[in-house]
Unconditional design. Sequence first.
Length: 301
Amino acid sequence: MSEYNFDYLDELEAEAIHILREVAGQFEKPALLFSGGKDSITLVRLAEKAFRPGKFPFPLVHIDTGHNFEETIKYRDEMVARIGEKLIIGSVQQSINEGKAIEQTGKNASRNALQTVTLLDTILEHKFDACIGGARRDEEKARAKERIFSVRDEFGQWDPKRQRPELWNIYNGKIHKGENVRVFPISNWTELDVWNYIRRENIALPSIYFAHQRDCITRNGQLMAASPFLNMDDDDIVVSKKVRFRTVGDMSCTAAVESDADLIDDIIQEISESKISERGARMDDKVSEAAMEDRKKGGYF
């Protein structure tokens, strides 16, 4: 009998499945935060491996800015119909209508930061005690400070000084009333790990991850998909470019990269040679040196 080849992707997968099962065992009302991006899509595949043939022990939760890529929403709805799991949608537009969030104004206005208000309200409404997310430590320095089980206080806020030690893969999910935990099963993965896993598992993705022709404008040195969400004016010149997106978020803050990579092997090669991180295409991270950490302290993903 030949020996099973247990490679590094198997190790990462096994760790993530273990974490997902720990969440199911330790928490009463967990949820999986689903953005329609490659990382949350990978989490769904891992959850299938962790819990099938049973149902997931948690719903999927999408915080909808109302300014999403059409391709992402189409993918979300088709995926939910295929896997037969519950989807809860938190609406940023509803938060704005209720006066809980204030729409930004100006040329660089974005709804991305407003997601925090909607997320915290959704957690409170459904009494979630753990929210599983697809953040990875290689993405950004603030995310590198996270533990896999990251406690949020009763106001949903994160204090990096209150992080708990995690020794020998022992995860402490004990919380006080009103607190909740953000859980990051793929913390130890890199962008390339995710893409290699997607290739191995033959996971379908929204089409915007692959090179395609798109009307774009240049804003703050970045290529942005031409959209009414961008508050475009006469200075914005629309040009057709062959682009793809390395990360998926609100259309008002997610930049594209010029690319001919329309196959997954080409994307992996392109990422291997890139000197810019995937978060380099997120305008919201460029507000300040500590933009992500400030948002996380306020309750962001």
